[in-house]
Design a protein around this ligand. Sequence first.
Ligand code: 5GP
Length: 253
Amino acid sequence: MARRKKIYEGKAKTLYEGPEPGTIIQYFKDDATAFNAEKKAVIEGKGVLNNMLSEYFMVGLTNIGVPTHFIKRLNMREQLVRAVEIIPLEVIVRNYAAGTMAKRLGIDEGTQLPRPIVEYCLKDDKLGDPLVTEEHIAAFGWASQQDMDDILSLALRVNDFLAGVMYGVGIKLIDFKIEIGRVYDGDFQRLIVADEISPDSCRLWDIATGRKLDKDVFRRDLGSLTDAYTEVATRLGVMPKGSTPMARPKLIN
Ligand code: 5GP
């Protein structure tokens, strides 16, 4: 059997060439990193949970008319997606102050913002993904004005969808990060939601208790990351209650 071709290995995912031109297989690893990869761990089951959760959100977005790269889930760790040209920006939407924004502006974490605030960071690990303005984006040609209008509209639609879905299961959507890709359909090009949507890239707080159910559990050593992500997956019905995402064969000596 021919070995498939690895296209890219990132911190949490590996991309392989897909079976058809224009497709890619996205493999979700168990690796967790934080603070620009200064903190690292392997968290058994994380890749399975993120694969299932990202599928759930991407399918939901597609069903309400928000275009995404998702085609289908292939197995517990892999999904088939459309190949895109990634826009080199991290698009962050915030509903409540937290993380870098709370720190930068001196606002208490958890303070509700007057309206959703969209921020852009340049995707550049070496620079630590610095915050940039639309002026930088236009001047350096990272995206056109039309792209920025489309990105803002996509980001706010994703926010409304995710916030609503989460609210329905007793979870507050504090903030999240998405990535946007460009695809070409004949003579036309359009922007779609790409990469992943999972508790790795969102902040999710339980409404009743304030318990964190996202990657901050790992970043801030708050307990078991798998338990937190399993809680999100169980509430959304993505994982049956009582199941474990670690269905990996164990060697018996
Ligand atoms: P902050 O800027 O407060 O660190 O992050 C804002 C939101 O974007 C959080 O939900 C965080 O998880 C997400 N985010 C920011 N940068 C990254 C990144 O490089 N990778 C991932 N997975 N999420 C990010």
